[in-house]
Ligand binder design. Structure first.
Ligand code: 5GP
Ligand code: ZN
Length: 113
């Protein structure tokens, strides 16, 4: 059994509301949304967190960021949105598979808690 819930989503072992899939990435709606729109963008391959990404994954990281923008556009977030990567305990990371949160659909306060 895979120890990674997001790898399980990539492999279709755990259901998720998929927003987009391509050869490098998957975007799906967060199971516990923190805003009217809350989509997670993840690489297909397992990368534990931002610190685990290597220079050879530069194109992958750019792909994820552009996909986050595309998701925001498709979700109608023309009024604004936020893209967040939590890293480590103090960053609030709870799933150890790199993911970008795309949040929007309401005004988002700053700074985060
Ligand atoms: P983190 O706290 O690591 O930055 O974000 C992890 C996110 O993954 C959380 O917002 C959490 O609600 C979401 N999440 C955890 N498990 C699942 C799941 O099985 N399915 C989906 N769709 N989202 C999940
Ligand atoms: Zn994984």
């Amino acid at each position: 059994m895979s120890p990674c819930v997001f790898c399980d989503i990539v492999e279709g072992k755990i259901p998720a509301k998929i927003a987009h899939e391509d050869h490098l990435a998957v975007a799906f709606h967060d199971v516990s949304p923190k805003a009217p729109v809350h989509v997670l963008v993840i690489p297909r391959e397992h990368v534990a967190d931002l610190d685990a990404a290597t220079p050879s994954q530069e194109l992958l990281l750019g792909h994820l960021l552009l996909l986050a923008r595309e998701v925001a556009d498709r979700e109608g977030l023309g009024n604004g949105y936020r893209v967040v990567i939590n890293r480590g305990a103090d960053g609030g990371q709870t799933v150890d598979h790199l993911h970008l949160h795309v949040l929007g659909g309401r005004p988002l306060s700053w700074p985060p808690g």
